[in-house]
Write a protein that binds this ligand. Sequence first.
Ligand SMILES: Nc1nc2c(c(=O)[nH]1)N[C@H]1C(S)=C(S)[C@@H](COP(=O)(O)OP(=O)(O)OC[C@H]3O[C@@H](n4cnc5c(=O)[nH]c(N)nc54)[C@H](O)[C@@H]3O)O[C@H]1N2
Ligand SMILES: Nc1nc2c(c(=O)[nH]1)N[C@H]1C(S)=C(S)[C@@H](COP(=O)(O)OP(=O)(O)OC[C@H]3O[C@@H](n4cnc5c(=O)[nH]c(N)nc54)[C@H](O)[C@@H]3O)O[C@H]1N2
Ligand code: SF4
Ligand SMILES: [Mo]
Length: 701
Amino acid sequence: MTGRIDMATAGKDAGGAPEPTTSQSDNAAREIVTFCRVCHACCGIVATVEGDRIVKVRGDSEHALSRGYTCPKGRAVPFFHHRPDRLDDPLMRADGVLEVASWPDCLDDVAARLSAIRSAHGTDAIGMYQGSGAAFDDLGSRIGARLMRRLGSASFYTSLTVDTPNKHLVPELMAGIHTLNPIIDWQRCSLTILVGVNPLVSHGQTSAFPDPVSRLRSLAAQGELWVIDPRRTESAGLATRHMAARPGTDWMVFAWLVREILADGADRAYLDAHTVGVADLAEAVGCFDLETTAARTGVDTSMLEDLLASVRRHGRFAIQTGTGVSMAASANVCEWLVWALQVITQSFDRPGGSWFNPGYFSRLHERTPPTSDGAGDPGPKSRPELAARWGQFPVSAMIDEIESGNLHALLVVGGNPIIAVPETGRFVKALERLEVLVVSDVVHTSTTQLASHVFPATDFAERPNMPIGIDQFLPAVVAQYGRAIVTPKHRRKPTWWPFAQIAQRMGVEALPHGFDADSATDDALLANLATRGPIDFDELRAERTAVVTDEAVFGWVERSVLPDGRWDLAPRPLVEQLGLREDPAPFALIPRRQQRHFNSQLASSMGDDRPTDVPLLLISPDDARSRGFVDGAQVVVHSASGSVECRLSIDRGILPGTVSLPHGFDDNNVSYLTSSSVNVDPLTGMVLQSGLDVTIVPAGT
Ligand SMILES: Nc1nc2c(c(=O)[nH]1)N[C@H]1C(S)=C(S)[C@@H](COP(=O)(O)OP(=O)(O)OC[C@H]3O[C@@H](n4cnc5c(=O)[nH]c(N)nc54)[C@H](O)[C@@H]3O)O[C@H]1N2
Ligand SMILES: Nc1nc2c(c(=O)[nH]1)N[C@H]1C(S)=C(S)[C@@H](COP(=O)(O)OP(=O)(O)OC[C@H]3O[C@@H](n4cnc5c(=O)[nH]c(N)nc54)[C@H](O)[C@@H]3O)O[C@H]1N2
Ligand code: SF4
Ligand SMILES: [Mo]
């Protein structure tokens, strides 16, 4: 189905980077229609611009997916764009101080230093870390990554390995391809189960929920909406049922459900024709009976039975997982069992369950994607026990790689690793040892403070983009050209530009064939990428906003992706991990997102007079009482790796034995508590960030 949106008047002429606004008439307010790129929801927005100032952002009611919705972060774009700590000029460290430099001097210096490092230590001594800022800047992330590939460096890291490696590993092992992302069949799904994901605040983890309140309400109205979370979240408030399983035990709920459905309810003919490993799966989950599952998860038997009854009644259903699953020690096993349940009930790839977004640009449904067995490639030298996967090393190896002298230069693209990477204390010392630390960002961050070179990037308001790398995350097959709202100011350059320039200086080519670093433009590079999609770039650019080409696409995974058309229900590495599962921590720290900041972005201010998010440690009334804590007490949380001080908030909605602290803050940085070596997942290198064993003491003791 094609739901093309009519051209409208607002923003019709505002394609690409607008011309500088200097004349009197340009100072009249005008509206630019584009989409927000703070998060993966890609909400349609209408920005009001006066002269060169963005004065307001509101939701675009004509946007097919967000339908007028915006969140506070999207509406804070005027503040973010004009904030005083924006980076305006390239910076270079001289005598220990970051000083303004010219682009040519800065780029020449970086290229010369990287060349010297390459000659002395080899190309793997030059590393790159891409964070979430890169995920929403397709040209920056692609051309940055291409620089690394062309240099021949294996030292490529992204926030994927502190976030969701289980969501690549499980499809790879079960379907032979790592890029399968299940999307709820929004129109038809009558039972939805959210596990460790809070879309009302986060807008989903890998599957985007633009306009989440309406979406969750519709899902509940269509039948049942279950939330499994140790905390009664904002999303749980809209659910028909909330199950508070102990952190890190969800996988047992799914092991039990799989066991019951295999025993009674699975279509044997389908399993025989479309799966392998059913007997091994049955054996792996065989010991999870109702009583065992209830005892270990802390969930009443009656609630477990209700969930099983719902699964049987609806037949097909959709399950979405989030960081509550992917950051736990059981990340891979839980995701596997969640997928196995959906496979054996034929909920995947069929109406009423989940479909897999092939991506408007990725177009996986129209080609036979290359398959892989999930074995991984050799990992970093200092951590040979970890594998490289999907062209990257796990972030948990980065500290050791620097300390052991393997990594001499790090290029940070749209990330704030000091906040995001584990063991902050040790990591900061490691970063200080680097010969070159280039940071490309739009604002000053704690990581730019340590940089040898800082590249000021155009923010999303200053550049066009299309959601290319995240097209499989969207709730429909959709293309949209997001035009720039204003012209770049000062000496800001698109994120890709300095990396293309460095490549040129180092004798490699980071731009696609036929492009030159001095003359290429954002639009020309996007046009080149747009050839992958069915709609001509100029046509797309002329569209007022998003173009939905398909609401959902079913059947393509079974038809053209699965080896012999069969899911592997019992991949050996996952069966082995299940056998090793230990009981979770007795007093467990879990993560959560907050509405008014995005990781470290906007954590300190949103520029309005409303209070900013505060990193409150949520604790249950029982746990507070037994430890003698009152609401608002200042406490110190200790883990095996470090400690962090924060304020405590008594919360009736959190399960006893569990405390919740958000990340993203310079002070109270929760990454002091995480470790790059203890409890690191042996298959993916994922850092344990949910279910950490902690103790809490009053501050000052
Ligand atoms: N302990 C603990 N650690 C965690 C987490 C947790 O829950 N607990 N969460 C993890 C998760 S889910 C993630 S994704 C990572 C996040 O890790 P990072 O991605 O490293 O952290 P962010 O704070 O999102 O950094 C994004 C940066 O990109 C910049 N930026 C924004 N737009 C642009 C642009 O257009 N160009 C450029 N060049 N830069 C731009 C922003 O200013 C910001 O500094 O952290 C992880 N770390
Ligand atoms: N406003 C805002 N939105 C964001 C971000 C942000 O910082 N702010 N960050 C973005 C990023 S990078 C990401 S990756 C996504 C993440 O998106 P989500 O995964 O939805 O992140 P959270 O909102 O933290 O929800 C995770 C939930 O898991 C629960 N949980 C913790 N441990 C367990 C467990 O063991 N089992 C179960 N069942 N639940 C558990 C927590 O209580 C929490 O409610 O959000 C994105 N969106
Ligand atoms: S949910 Fe908020 S931050 Fe994300 S795209 Fe929409 S408006 Fe922007
Ligand atoms: Mo993330």
